[in-house]
Design a protein around this ligand. Structure first.
Ligand code: WT7
Length: 660
């Protein structure tokens, strides 16, 4: 503990706690002893977790950190990732268990057992091998949430091909830069995708992206929209192949080969605020160990009993670790849904949960706040009694959204796990353990057993309880990124230079400890506001706004201010059931400003609050505060190409100019 100036002030206090019920604790996978066990011997702990997997050859060393920050885990071990996620369960007598309850957006469905998954993955692997692909080659996959997306990823893993999944909504330019960076030889896509009831072209975009792409030899096209898609599917003879023509006739038997524990499994690109996207590299043994370990304990998953549903897209790391690799390694039965949550109606998720008796549901705060905006009357119409664990990931969850989630989706009793991690960390790092942790709404709480995280100040000294600072990871972990594809220097510079002397990984997030030493994430440090010398977190002010009964969502930014340095400008979306005109009125806005002052303190009172119909978000649901700062400072709005819906900024600006 030091007296250094804090990176962030600790302003908002939240004192509600929700201890686990005795009933839940009695059946939980986790118990409190795990922390002590891991602390006593970290490497022995991880070696034990790695035993969850089938190794063709056992490792000789758990961790080699001699070339830090380049880690090697389970050195000398060999395994096949796809064998672990598929064949192993069939060999164990569970071939008839459903692996995937797939639900298409238009209402078509398909139940895929583990035996069938094995046949499909084997056929795809034989098909890919027939194209001459060999271990180490890269394959780009741009597919929506259809079974072939998962078959493709697992077939790559089976052959030792490194996949690079590109989100289905990304533009041709974004796809092209990723294909070029990884020098992908094959691209897998579909003719078109269903989006809000309409068929939109995919292959046409891929063709635009690949014009002149030198590395690409073949393009495999899954037929999904067929006749529903208007216009022709553009076709390049000699390069393009229909999936059904290539794959369907293949043998459904394929013998997997074991690969080194450090064999590259996938590259996944994340866009930073500056520069070209970073190709985050993940490898095999350590990654799968931590994905399986966290999925088992954090979600309290029981194979053969639970029905699990993670609502992410496979284009994001959440889809990699918590749809494909973690759950399948753990023999989960899971729902995979192709469409959007409001197609054809706003109760679609609840309808699916009711139908498949989903027991574990993992989603993002942005969606929870959207559900709040739509109103609790919608989930109330469905039977959600099968749900027993709820999860959240992607952003800090505002305490009020947490309470709403627990009350309206979890029947006031399902434990909520607020899981902090990143594309770079590969798997969950900080989270409550259901059945063990007394949950606090809005806090990710504590590093998982085997993981070490700290909140430190500018000088890398750990802050005391009640203090704020930077979140760092001070010990290597099995699923950590192994680098940035093709750019070791950028890897060191981006993650390891801020606290180079101490060898800490800096995640880019602000955080604080509460008085019990639990961790609260406070948003990206780039977004921190400085008001009269106080460093205020966007998350805390947003949470205070969302705790007001009229507000569903809020985004705040610091706009330059002649007297205070920066002034807080807030953008809010109202809840569906409030009288909009009244809530936009001067009196209501004053009441909101005072509410923030009461919750946090006068220093955090927004200078200005604007009611808006939407907020600018990236396709993965993160608010783009940079664009709101442009609005708040009356500037021309900057680059909007990574927005999920680029018309949102026009909507915001026109609303603001038309009187309010
Ligand atoms: C960033 C990583 C991890 C999969 C999805 C996002 C933020 C993520 C939480 C959480 C507070 C969170 C952080 C992090 N974040 N989960 N539970 N509480 N913040 O992956 O796109 O790599 O983003 O998301 O800012 O650094 P990603």
């Amino acid at each position: 503990m030091t007296e250094q100036s804090p990176a962030l002030d600790n302003l908002l206090t939240e004192s509600r706690t929700f201890p686990p019920s005795d009933e839940f604790a009695a059946q939980a996978n986790a118990n409190a002893d795990l922390y002590a066990e891991a602390d006593a011997d970290r490497e022995a702990f991880w070696a034990k977790q790695a035993e969850r997997l089938h190794w063709e050859t056992k490792w000789t060393q758990v961790l080699d950190w001699s070339d830090a920050p380049f880690a090697k885990w389970f050195v000398g071990g060999k395994l096949n990732v796809a064998y672990n996620c598929v064949d192993r369960h069939v060999d164990g007598g569970h071939g008839d268990q459903v692996a995937i309850h797939w639900v298409g957006e238009p209402g078509d469905t398909r139940d895929i057992t583990y035996a069938e998954l094995k046949r499909e993955v084997s056929k795809a692997a034989n098909a890919f091998a027939s194209l001459g692909l060999v271990a180490g080659d890269r394959v780009a996959i741009q597919l929506q949430m259809i079974p072939e997306a998962i078959f493709s990823m697992l077939a790559c893993a089976r052959l030792g091909l490194t996949h690079s999944v590109v989100f289905g909504g990304f533009s041709p330019t974004a796809l092209r830069s990723r294909v070029d960076d990884a020098a992908a030889k094959v691209v897998i896509t579909s003719d078109g995708q269903f989006r809000r009831g309409k068929a939109a072209p995919m292959k046409a975009n891929v063709d635009e992206a690949l014009d002149g792409a030198e590395s690409v030899e073949k393009v495999i096209v899954v037929k999904r929209t067929g006749e529903k898609l208007e216009g022709e599917v553009p076709w390049t003879e000699g390069r393009d192949l229909w999936w059904h023509e290539l794959v369907d006739g293949q043998s459904d038997e394929h013998t997997p080969e074991a690969f080194d524990s450090e064999h590259p499994l996938y590259i996944l690109y994340t866009s930073g605020t500056t520069g070209k996207p970073k190709g985050i590299l993940h490898t095999s043994g350590g990654y799968l160990t931590q994905a399986a370990y966290t999925h088992h304990y954090v979600f309290d998953h029981k194979p053969g009993q639970d029905v699990y549903w993670c609502t992410a897209d496979i284009g994001w790391v959440t889809g990699h670790s918590y749809i494909v690799y973690g759950p399948l390694a753990n023999r989960a039965t899971q729902v995979v849904y192709e469409g959007t949550p409001n197609t054809p109606h706003e109760g679609r998720h609840w309808e699916i949960i009711q139908q498949y008796k989903v027991s574990i549901y993992y989603t993002a705060p942005t969606l929870i706040r959207t559900f709040m905006k739509w109103g609790k009357e919608i989930p109330e119409k469905y039977d959600l009694s099968s749900l027993r664990v709820l999860g959240s990931v992607g952003e800090p969850i505002n305490p009020e959204a947490w309470i709403w989630y627990r009350d309206n989706i979890g029947a006031g009793k399902a434990p909520i796990v607020d899981t902090w991690w990143q594309t770079e960390t590969g798997a969950i790092m900080i989270s409550p353990l259901p059945g063990v942790t007394a949950a606090k709404p809005g806090s990710a709480q504590r590093a998982l057993p085997g993981i070490s995280a700290k909140v430190v100040d500018d000088q890398a000294a750990e802050v005391g309880h009640g203090g704020g600072g930077y979140l760092v990871l001070d010990k290597p972990w099995p699923s950590m990124l192994r680098g940035i594809w093709g750019d070791n220097e950028r890897y060191r510079e981006t993650y390891w230079s801020r606290f180079a002397d101490q060898g800490f990984y800096f995640a880019g997030d602000g955080a604080k400890y509460d008085n019990d030493g639990d961790i609260w994430l406070l948003g990206r440090v780039d977004d921190v506001m400085n008001v009269s010398g106080h460093r205020i977190s966007t998350t805390e002010v947003e949470s205070a706004l969302v705790s007001h009964p009229t507000v569903a969502e809020a985004a705040v930014v610091g706009a330059s201010d002649p007297t205070t340095g920066q002034g807080i400008v807030a953008f809010v979306i109202l809840r569906g059931n409030v009288a909009q005109d009244e809530a936009k009125g001067e009196e209501a806005i004053t009441a909101l400003r005072n509410h923030v002052a009461k919750e946090i303190g006068p220093i955090a009172k927004p200078r200005q609050i604007m009611v808006v119909p939407e907020l600018p978000k990236t396709r993965s649901g993160k608010i783009m505060r940079r664009l709101l700062r442009d609005v708040a400072e009356n500037r021309q709005v900057g680059d909007v190409t990574t927005l999920a819906d680029s018309s949102v900024m026009d909507l915001i600006s026109s609303g603001l100019n038309s009187g309010k």
